[in-house]
Design a protein around this ligand. Structure first.
Ligand code: NAP
Length: 291
């Protein structure tokens, strides 16, 4: 199966690149800006048709949550119209799609894990545009799955883990919010899940039926506890001080609670999900190995 990975230089795309050789039945083609812009309808159609693409894992997105509040047009263009372009191109070739979405489609008012069937209600531009992308996929006739994930990090790119490691080595203390709860996701674990779903390693095939899924690592934490774990695992002597969200104002409002219920993806695709702390340990080992 010929698989196009869009946005392939990002966190998730880079992890897929590292795992791809484990999957004999998949031939992956990695593309990102400026070579393949998912907003360029003609280029995208031509690329997918001329390269006989059977499936796409869409890792392309406008992920700057705060900047999205100031640049809603760009966020809309990439996260909604770009996804529609992909869907339209795949309809022509009868291709499959794995599309990645976000916990930010929820408002965070729950106190128990969000199921796929729960009401969405994004509280910012990023979440709204990602929701529009989900709708574009769900309304199409292609075989597709949309996987919502949360708090993504990896050894590649900019993310909370790498910021904490950098700042923790420079500062004596860091103020981190304790009243936002969620679950971190190691991009490598999500990458493996996407590849398993597309390959023979999964017993269930992608189908239109029940195409929305939640995926994060297991467990629940706060940004404060996550930061403490990063310092502990890395043996960094930096004090982490818990603060409230109201004392750390950001351009975009974040959901206070965004834990995702993973029972549907574990049951349908038989995936095993590691605990967030085990995956964090693996990622930090890799960061240390790379540096
Ligand atoms: N990061 C998180 O915490 C998080 C949480 C929940 C869900 N997600 C979702 O998970 C997915 C993967 O996230 P990620 O963290 O891997 O994102 P990322 O690191 O920001 O990577 C996104 C990639 O897409 C590229 N891109 C942007 N606009 C594009 C376009 N028009 N055409 C083609 N490529 C384009 C980016 O290029 P440039 O860097 O040059 O712009 C970047 O290489 C996204 O759908 C995201 O919404 C992320």
């Amino acid at each position: 199966m010929k698989v196009l990975i869009t946005g392939s230089n990002g966190q998730l795309g880079s992890e897929i690149k590292e795992l791809e050789s484990d999957y004999d039945t998949l031939e992956c083609i990695f593309k990102d800006l400026p070579e393949l812009d998912i907003c360029d309808t003609e280029l995208l159609n031509r690329f997918i048709i001329e390269n006989d693409i059977d499936a796409v894992i869409n890792c392309a997105a406008y992920t700057a949550v705060d900047q999205a509040e100031e640049n809603p047009e760009i966020a809309e263009q990439v996260n909604a119209k770009g996804v529609l372009n992909l869907v339209n191109a795949l309809e022509i070739v009868n291709g499959k799609l794995i599309h990645i979405s976000t916990d930010y489609v929820f408002d965070g008012n729950h106190s128990h894990p969000y199921k796929e069937s729960d009401q969405v209600s994004p509280i910012g531009v990023y979440g709204e545009t990602k929701r529009a992308g989900e709708i574009a996929v769900m309304n199409s006739s292609i075989d597709a799955v949309v996987i919502r994930t949360s708090w993504l990090y990896s050894a590649n790119g900019n993310n909370f883990v790498k910021s904490m490691l950098r700042l923790g080595n420079k500062k004596e203390s860091l103020n981190i919010v304790f009243d936002q709860k969620g679950t971190p996701t190691y991009a490598k674990d999500l990458a493996k899940t996407c590849l398993d779903i597309l390959s023979d390693k999964s017993s269930t095939r992608i189908s239109k039926k029940g195409s929305l899924y939640h995926y994060s690592n297991e467990g629940v934490t706060s940004w404060y506890d996550f930061a403490r774990a990063i310092m502990e695992i890395s043996n960094i002597d930096c004090k982490v001080i818990p603060i409230e969200t109201k004392d750390y104002p950001t351009q975009a409002v974040r959901p206070l609670y965004s834990v995702l219920d993973k029972s549907k993806i574990t049951s349908d695709f038989k995936v095993t999900i590691p605990h967030w702390r085990d995956s964090l340990t693996n990622c930090i080992k890799k960061i240390n190995h790379n540096s």
